[in-house]
Each structure stands twice: as C-alpha cells, then as structure tokens.
Design a protein around this ligand. Structure first.
Ligand code: ATP
Ligand code: MG
Length: 456
C-alpha cells in the first residue's frame, strides 16, 4: 500500500460528546418528544383526511435504498420519515436489480426506519426505476380535426389522445428496440405523460371547449426492458403496499422544480448515482427526453481500489474522505490522480449522451447536478474547465450548479434529514407522487387509462 494512504487522517466524530449524563437525558428527552409530536401530528392529519394521504416514495438506488414517508396536503407534501439502507455489491448493478431477495430485504429495512421515524405506515407507494436501458423520449404528433369550428368534447379528446399515444408509443418503442437490440416485445412502457398541447399553435392545458384545426400533443414515454421492469413489479408486490406508480427516475427529477404548467424552466438535469448517470433535458418547462449511461460513484471507487490495491470498502471510505477534504496533502494528491482519468471518461459519457438528443437544436445552458456521485469535486470541475461543450449545440458555455432539496418545489422536509444532492431523487419521486394522489387533470386521466391498456 502507498505509505501516504496508510497515514490517512480522516477526522472522526468525537465519541465523548455525550459525557455528561444530563446532556444525554436532555437530548434523549427532546428526541422522544420530537418523535411523539411528529407521531401525533401524523395521526391527526391522517384522521383529518381519511387516511388516504400518507404515502411512501421509494428510490431503489444501486448503492442505497431510500424511503420517504410523506403526507400530502393538496398540491403540497411533507416528508415525515426517512430511511436509508445500503445495498450489498451484488444486489444491484448499473441501476438494475441482480438479486431480488436481497433488494427486498434492503427495501423493507429502509421502509421500516422511515415508518418508525414518521410514527405511521403508508399504504400507498410510488417507486422509481432507473438503469442503463431506461429511456424516455417526448414525441410530438399532430392530429388534424375534420370540423375545426366544432368545440372539442371529452369523447373527441379521448380519441385524439388515444391515436397520438399509440403512434408515439410505437415510434419510441421501435427506436429503443433498434438502439439496444432488444426485441420490441421485451420493452415495457414505464410511464407516459402529456408535456404540451397546442391547438393551431396556441398553448392550452385542457383542450375541452376549444375550437381549431390542428391539435399538436407532445407525449413523454419512458421504457424499460421487461426483465428490469418485471423485477421491480415483483419487489413492489412483496412490499405489501398499494402501488400508485413506477416512474422513470430522471423524469421525476426533471419535474422536481414544479414547472408542469408550462413554466419556462430550461435545464439539463444530471443525477450521478452509484451505478449510473441519468440525464434529463427540460426545455421551456417540457421534458424532452431522458437517457443514462453506466458510470457512477462506484466506478470511481473501483478505480481507487484498483490503483491502491485495497478493498472496495476501504476505497469507498477514502473517496468520501477525499471529497470532503479530510485527507492529508500527499494522500489527497494520490487520490486526485487516480480519479482524473475516470472523470475524463465520465465527461465523454455526458457529451456522447447529450449528442444522442439529435432532435434538440439548442441545448439548455444550465446544468443542475444531483445524486451522491456529484459530491466528487472533479465532477463539477471537469464540466466547468474542459471544452467539451463546444462540439454540442449550446448557445453559450453551460452554467453548472447543484440541485438542493429546498428546490423541490412542492415538498417540505419536516425531518431536517434531507440536506444532500443525494436526497433529490427520492424527494422528486415524492413530489411526483402528489400528482397521483391529488385531483387528476382530464388529460392525465385519459392517458392513464390508455397506458394501463398498453402495459398489459
Ligand atoms: N461525499 C461523497 N463524495 C464522493 N462520492 C460520494 C459522496 N457521497 C456519496 N458518494 C457516492 O455516491 C454514490 C451513491 O449515490 P446515490 O445514493 O445517489 O446512488 P444510488 O441512487 O444508490 O445509485 P443509482 O442512482 O446509480 O442507482 C456512491 O457511489 C457514493 O460513493
Ligand atoms: Mg439514484
């Protein structure tokens, strides 16, 4: 082993901070009091609303399962319980489940911790799906009405959405099958959402009652390989919760800033997890597409383990200490060197993935980072200092920043445990969950019925 690494100086949390018994009991009392108060609040709210509005957001990450117990109050949600459980190396790979039993046990532990903190359990659940082959694309198709002067009614709207969604579905599914070599039948629709509706170039949110000739509808469809989607369905069934939805995680992250009503958010969202980097592009408030590649935090840990000839666990500890600047100078230099080449490869992954969005003429010049892997200082550094963006259709050099939990517009964290970019994905799922619990818009209702047919 390299001598400098042997003398690591990771600052340990002082263990004697509870030396005074009084301090201990005061703290313990406060914790009990706080827990009891949250419990009372939760019971009160649950009773007040007939028990329908407590739900679970479950993010099954390659590295960590994250469970949030949330209370929905109309369009707003409150996080009242958080649970995290680390997965074993063999449980998941690149966002896909490799050991169903292992993942179920980890989910159960994370959910139990979250429910214990919340003092209540949830019956309903929204789950995220991510991974190498989970892809989403927005397709815009046009429907020409025979009688432009008549007003659109519910029956006609159903017919339009039905026709357009089937066309969009076929197109995206065959694109994905072509790109991946999967048979079309082995590709499953994960979720669909209407991102934009225009009648004769006039933007509307509910077409009913409008006149006009051409109805253009943009629908986002996310797909996953059947084997991957099926594994998540099996896990969901074992968790004994009513499944509100399985949704593509990058889609949820892309929607986290609450721009669903045609706001003008334009950003590239990059979630760097343990196994994958997920990219979503939002332009003028519409999710244009999502893609992923299989490089994440684990790649950097593996590289470190290899170059220093140490175990994965040791390398992980060193990596975390490195990124929080807790290594002494020489060790810091050695780790930085080891990270360098992989960060360049990761950056090419970003550039190549963005280049795949061929249909986008101008990419948003704002990049928002999240996920545990984004902590590594080199990530932001390579994005900011290299000339990678020159070959892509950016109108200017992209500005890089981090998504923070308080930017997830409709969620309030009452636990004070959501501080990290790592918490953005579960929070985004919780945020999307609000839509499934709240009053549904007419368009979403129609689309949901069609999607159910397509998922059979
Ligand atoms: N301070 C840090 N510095 C560097 N890396 C970090 C830090 N904190 C967490 N990570 C890395 O982040 C990764 C876990 O992030 P996250 O929880 O977002 O992943 P995940 O959701 O489990 O995985 P995925 O999204 O790929 O399925 C791990 O690889 C971990 O090493
Ligand atoms: Mg993740």
């Amino acid at each position: 082993m390299i001598p400098a690494i042997q003398s690591l100086s990771i600052n340990k949390i002082p263990v004697n901070f509870l030396t005074s018994r009084r301090a201990f009991y005061t703290m313990y009392g406060l914790l009990v009091y706080e827990g009891f108060f949250t419990y009372l609040m939760a019971i009160f709210t649950r009773k007040a609303s007939g028990g329908r509005n407590i739900y679970l957001a479950l993010d099954i990450g390659t590295e960590i399962v994250k469970a949030l117990i949330c209370l929905s109050e109309g369009t707003k949600g409150r996080v009242i319980g958080v649970g995290r459980h680390k997965q074993k190396l063999g449980d998941m790979q690149s966002g896909a489940v490799t050991d169903i039993g292992g993942v179920i046990r980890n989910c159960q532990k994370a959910i139990k911790d979250a429910e214990r903190m919340a003092g209540v359990s949830a019956n309903q659940m929204i789950m995220g799906i991510a991974g190498e082959l989970v892809k989403g694309a927005t397709t815009t198709l046009s429907y020409s009405r025979r009688e432009p002067s008549s007003k659109i009614d519910l029956a006609e709207l159903k017919n339009i959405v039905h026709k357009i969604q089937w066309k969009a579905f076929d197109k995206v599914r065959s694109d994905l099958a072509f790109e991946t070599g999967y048979n079309e039948i082995d590709v499953k629709l994960v979720n669909a959402a209407i991102v934009d509706v225009q009648i004769d170039s006039y933007k509307v949110s509910n077409p009913i009652g409008f006149q006009g000739k051409d109805v253009d509808i943009s629908i986002f469809n996310a797909f996953a390989p059947l084997v991957h989607f099926g594994a998540l369905q099996t896990i969901a069934a074992e968790l004994d919760k009513e499944l509100m939805a399985i949704t593509a995680e990058p889609y949820a992250v892309a929607r986290c800033m609450g721009h669903e009503d045609g706001g003008n958010v334009s950003s590239i969202f990059i979630d760097i997890g343990g196994g994958t980097t997920d990219i979503a592009i939002v332009r003028n408030g519409s999710v244009e597409g999502t893609r992923m590649f299989t490089l994440g935090g684990r790649t950097f840990t593996k590289r470190l383990a290899q170059s220093l000839n140490i175990s994965f666990q040791e390398a992980e500890e060193i990596k975390l200490a490195y990124s929080s600047d807790k290594l002494e100078k020489q060790s810091h230099k050695i780790v930085r060197e080891a990270m360098k080449s992989d960060c360049e490869v990761w950056l090419s992954g970003v550039a190549l993935t963005l280049a795949e969005f061929e249909e986008i003429d101008v990419l948003p010049s704002k990049i928002l980072l999240c996920g545990g892997g984004s902590h590594l200082p080199e990530i932001k550094e390579v994005l900011e200092t290299r000339e990678w963006f020159r070959k892509l259709p950016f109108s200017q050099k992209p500005h890089i920043s981090f998504l923070k939990p308080n930017m997830v517009s409709n969620m309030v964290d009452e636990t004070k445990r959501m501080k990290d970019p790592q918490d953005i994905t579960p929070l985004s799922l919780a945020n999307l969950g609000l839509e499934y619990l709240g009053e549904e818009k007419v368009l979403s209702k129609i689309l949901k019925k069609i999607v159910r047919l397509m998922q059979i």
